[in-house]
Design a protein around this ligand. Structure first.
Ligand code: MN
Ligand code: MN
Length: 297
């Protein structure tokens, strides 16, 4: 179970993040640069007294997740785009994680499918259920609306300084053997698509996470790893966050060396296999004695 102090930190992170989400929603419109949305969201989180728990993801159309725009990204939002904004905030390592989707110009029913699936999922959460019940609620809701859930993207449990704390929450019906208990903290995140229902890794990596110390050849790389550990601990960070300390070329070289040495985990940009558009909705919930409390409402 969580102590009162832990509960308060989860709630405060959630409250701040919900405010940021509502403010950022207003800025997701045609002509706005993706990188400006990400920077604005992260700045808002800091201005309200929390820290980003991971880089803001601004993933468009068939890109399902893990696109956190680099500083020099000139791309802007266009009419017809389906934009997913995924943000996280933490206080002393206690994390809130939320996401929303916006269809630019004209409505896209995928957005409602993801939102309805999230509500259906939240309504089944209580102690004693297999997390596969959450996946069942997601799959049924999205399928009934004529779309597909993305089978190989999942929600996850949260723990202090740990964005994926051991429990995986499927977006399809399955028996997992993982049973919920009071005090579990979960990020539930259905993805709906009109494509194949799977994502694949692209080559591109813009988000990383510290894994372990590992020997590297270059002094510059060793210094970078030391700072990454100090600044971000075990939480994900963006290439963009380090872009001011060295040239893009040197930074990319260093990050590649650290990934190769096993010191960093690379989060590949994820693209829908059938090139379908993808919508996402996400809330963080705390499992209570008879249901759950949504921290990011
Ligand atoms: Mn998220
Ligand atoms: Mn998440």
């Amino acid at each position: 179970m969580l102590s009162e102090e832990e509960l308060q930190k989860y709630r405060q992170a959630g409250k701040i993040l919900a405010e940021v989400r509502e403010e950022i929603k207003k800025h997701v419109k045609e002509g706005v640069k993706l990188v400006d949305i990400a920077e604005r969201a992260e700045e808002l989180i800091r201005s309200k007294g929390a820290q980003p728990a991971f880089p803001c993801n601004v993933s468009v159309n068939e890109i399902a997740a893990h696109y956190s725009p680099p500083l020099n990204d000139e791309r802007t939002i266009q009419t017809g785009d389906l934009v997913k904004v995924d943000i996280g905030a933490q206080i002393d390592g206690y994390i809130a994680d939320t996401a929303f989707s916006v269809s630019i110009g004209s409505p896209n029913p995928l957005v409602e499918a993801a939102e309805k699936a999230l509500e259906a999922a939240i309504s089944v959460v209580r102690p004693g259920i297999d997390v596969g019940e959450i996946g069942k609620a997601v799959e049924q809701t999205i399928t009934q609306l004529g779309f597909k859930p993305i089978r190989n993207l999942t929600g996850h449990s949260l723990a202090p300084w740990d964005l994926h704390a051991g429990i995986t929450i499927p977006n399809v019906a399955e028996k997992t053997g993982q049973i919920l208990k009071p005090g579990d903290v979960l990020a539930i995140e259905p993805f709906a698509t009109d494509g194949a229902g799977y994502v694949d890794d692209l080559q591109q990596t813009l988000i990383f996470r510290y894994l372990r110390d590992a020997p590297t050849r270059l002094r510059m790389t060793r210094a970078l790893l030391r700072d990454i550990k100090n600044f971000y601990r075990t939480l994900p960070f963006a290439e963009r966050w380090l872009a001011k300390r060295m040239s893009k070329l040197r930074l990319e070289l260093s990050l590649r060396e650290l990934v190769g040495a096993g010191a960093l985990w690379p989060y590949h940009v994820l693209s829908e296999r059938g090139k379908g558009k993808v919508a996402q909705a996400e809330h963080t919930v705390i499992v209570t004695e008879n249901g759950c409390e949504v921290t990011t409402r």
